[in-house]
Design a protein around this ligand. Structure first.
Ligand code: C2E
Ligand code: MG
Ligand code: MG
Ligand code: MG
Length: 282
């Protein structure tokens, strides 16, 4: 009867859940050693201006190639890093790596921004601003070329977030809201936060060529951004049809597989060389 089925469901749930738990514990153990073992790296995905396609910047994305687990997706290991507090050290490492990389590209005479993803717990850490300030000083980069990507979850504590964002603004770095419209959506923060970019989530972008509602949503976000003096970055652009539509809808910048996948530094440099040949910088 119903009771029996209930018990069976519990048993079924357990037999499915246990391997997942084991994997998570395994991931956690291995992640603790990932930095020391040199298993982490950073890849860079180009961001271009619309409609010209000129290079604007790059988003730095963490990669983990584990000796025992192989390549693990950020969508899997970032939440583990956040829950265990490991994100603090990993996040500092990404900031330092990205700033050193930006310094090197600036020395080559390339003018581009580098965006770094910042977790909520990292953003809220007392040492965050101090570490960033020291990293800017030691690498000597133009702070304005560094963009910090944060999510709407910071809006859960508007008072704290406003103060912190102003500290960051004083350092001269730029701020982007990542995955805009998918999180803690309060329009209050558009008024109260010092921001530079809204990143339009891939989910809206990929549906925009198929569904009027997604298209209208993208157009509305672009208009909203313009009204607040912000620029929009369309994420996950995979086709020319999307490029054309996003341009029409008023998006300022785009990134996605249509232009390039995230690339290791050497491949990114080759991509930029080829790109600069097509778009010589003045
Ligand atoms: P995100 O910041 O929203 O990054 C965009 C994700 O979309 C990246 O996945 C990127 O590789 C992927 N992507 C870009 N273009 C396309 C496309 O055209 N099609 C498709 N299907 N995907 C595309 P990735 O690298 O797996 O990162 C996933 C998420 O993990 C990121 O989402 C970000 O939230 C987080 N993450 C990655 N690196 C870091 C990091 O260094 N620190 C923190 N805190 N989070 C990170
Ligand atoms: Mg991002
Ligand atoms: Mg995103
Ligand atoms: Mg995301």
């Amino acid at each position: 009867g119903a009771k029996r089925r209930g018990l069976n469901q519990v048993a079924l749930y357990r037999s499915i859940a246990t391997p997942d738990d084991d994997r998570r514990v395994h991931i956690e153990l291995e992640l603790r050693r990932a930095l020391q073992r040199d298993e982490l790296s950073v890849v860079y995905q180009p961001q271009v201006s619309l409609p010209t396609g000129e290079l604007h910047g790059a988003e730095a994305l963490m990669r983990w190639n584990s000796a025992t687990l192989g390549a693990v997706s950020p969508d899997t290991f970032i939440p583990v890093a956040e829950d265990t507090g490991l994100i603090g050290e990993m996040g500092r490492w990404v900031i330092e790596t990205a700033c050193r990389q930006l310094a090197e590209w600036t020395r080559r005479g390339w003018e581009l921004t580098v965006s770094v993803n910042i977790s909520m717990s990292q953003f809220g850490d007392d040492g965050f601003v101090g570490h960033l300030e020291r990293t800017l000083a030691t690498t000597g980069i133009d702070p304005h070329l560094l963009v910090l990507e944060i999510t709407e979850s910071i809006a859960s504590r508007v008072d704290i977030a406003v103060a912190r964002l102003h500290q960051l603004r004083e350092l001269g770095v730029q701020i982007a809201i990542d995955d805009f419209g998918t999180g803690y959506s309060s329009l209050q923060y558009l008024r109260d936060f010092p921001l530079d970019y809204l990143k339009i989530d891939r989910g809206f972008v990929s549906q925009s060529t198929h569904h009027a509602r997604d298209r209208d949503l993208v157009a509305t976000i672009a208009q909203l951004a313009r009204n607040f003096g912000l620029r929009t970055v369309a994420e996950g652009v995979e086709s020319q049809a999307e490029v054309d539509l996003l341009t029409d809808l008023g998006a300022d910048l785009a990134q996605g597989y249509h232009f390039s996948r995230p690339l290791d530094p050497e491949s990114f440099e080759a991509w930029v060389e080829a790109h600069l040949a097509a778009f010589p910088q003045a």
